[in-house]
Design a protein around this ligand. Structure first.
Ligand code: THG
Length: 372
């Protein structure tokens, strides 16, 4: 069976929509109520571009939740389990959002644009309502909006060459997640060193949604000598490098520690934040599940992200696979799974219930491939 998704105003088009159609997009998903390309018809070529040359991605669906006003920093600190007091204007951070029970409800990148202006560059959940709701409950003097801002990612080992040709050599001095407001042929934008891959990369935050095609075409032209082509967030590369995909890897009830994100929370700092008590308790008790890698026995699997059940050798439930793919660089099936701690030891043998039947698997550490 094949079916189509009806196009209507409830699902939004990215400013790069027309450009990606012209570039031959074949697969789309919906993320933050917006179409987002996931394929251009030749997965292997797209993977090679990302890992060997450079790829251009429409990630406009990574929407911004903007917080402005006198209480902006207070609100951000209440939402984010990291110490933001030392963040300077022009810096970014990976800043998880936990609810009061320690559950991961989004894992945005946080950008500080001014002392009283921040963006959460969000994953696929409705954060504008959460942020606005918390501001309302606390009676804070802020405005919470979704601005006209649309990220375009340039990812791959040649990304610095393309971006230096477009903007100049200063881009080489940007630290990870740092950004600068600038323009290109009069197109207003922010250039950041970031992106959802383990390759070198930059993101352009377009600040005028009417100029998406112009920007896409300009970057494509600059990238041609460096081997650029269209691509999208890459399921194989991200699994090899262990980048978390919120909503795919998280499970509705998974907390920050189970997901292996403890390095991104500061439980011992003075400021309060939502989830602090719960996360302290979870840390003290120890998480019940752990995010691990699995090597799944041959033959080659079709990529799948449909929560396959994992069992112990006696058939007892052990957890869930969130993503399983054939690794192109390792030439074997790899998966990311959330596994009960007792069965999550490296080298432990488990059984994965795939749609083609049970498959033996072995627990391994993450990431599968170290960057660099
Ligand atoms: N860019 C922008 N917005 C985004 C994403 C992005 N919003 C949605 C989603 N991606 C947010 N999630 C992540 C997850 C991981 C990373 C970035 C965004 C990431 N992690 C690095 C890692 O795990 O190695 C670095 C983390 C660190 O050391 O601080 O880059 O991609 N605009």
């Amino acid at each position: 069976m094949t079916f189509r998704i009806s196009i209507g105003p409830r699902i939004r088009k990215s400013p790069y929509f027309d450009a990606t159609v012209a570039a031959g997009v074949t697969d789309m998903t919906i993320y933050n109520h917006m179409y987002m390309p996931t394929g251009f018809g030749d997965f292997e070529a797209e993977y090679r571009r990302l890992t060997e040359t450079v790829a251009l991605w429409d990630v406009a669906a990574e929407r911004q939740v903007q917080i402005t006003g006198p209480d902006a920093a207070r609100l951000v600190q209440m939402l984010a389990p990291r110490d933001i007091s030392k963040m300077k204007v022009g810096q970014g951070r990976y800043a998880l959002l936990s609810d009061a029970t320690g559950k991961l409800i989004n894992d945005p990148v946080l950008l500080k644009l001014a002392e009283d202006r921040f963006w959460f560059s969000i994953a696929d959940s409705d954060m504008e309502y959460w942020v606005g709701g918390v501001a309302t409950a606390l009676g804070l003097d802020v405005e919470v909006t979704e601005p006209d801002v649309s990220p375009l990612a340039i990812q791959g080992p040649n990304a610095p060459l393309v971006v230096a040709d477009l903007f100049g050599d200063w881009i080489r001095d940007l630290r990870y997640f740092a950004f600068r407001e600038t323009e290109l042929d009069g197109i207003p934008l922010i250039l950041a060193r970031s992106g959802w891959s383990k390759q070198a990369g930059f993101e352009i935050y377009l600040m005028d949604g009417t100029r998406g095609t112009e920007l896409w075409d300009r970057v494509m032209s600059a990238g041609l000598p460096h081997g650029i082509g269209p691509g999208s967030p890459n399921v194989v590369e991200r699994t090899e490098g262990d980048l978390l995909s919120w909503g795919t890897d998280t499970r509705p009830d998974a907390n920050v520690f189970e997901l292996g994100l403890g390095d991104f929370v500061n439980l011992d700092m003075a400021p309060d934040f939502i989830g602090k008590d719960a996360l302290k308790r979870i840390r003290a008790e120890g998480p019940k599940r752990r995010r691990v890698g699995l090597f799944i026995d041959p033959p080659v699997l079709a990529p799948a992200e449909h929560n396959w059940t994992v069992r112990g050798p006696d058939g007892d439930p052990a957890g869930t696979v969130s993503i399983a793919v054939p690794s192109i660089r390792l030439e074997r099936n790899i998966a990311i799974a959330l596994i009960n701690v007792a069965q999550a030891g490296i080298g432990n043998r488990l059984v994965v219930e795939t749609p083609e039947g049970p498959r033996d698997a072995e627990v391994t550490g993450l990431p599968f491939i170290q960057p660099g």
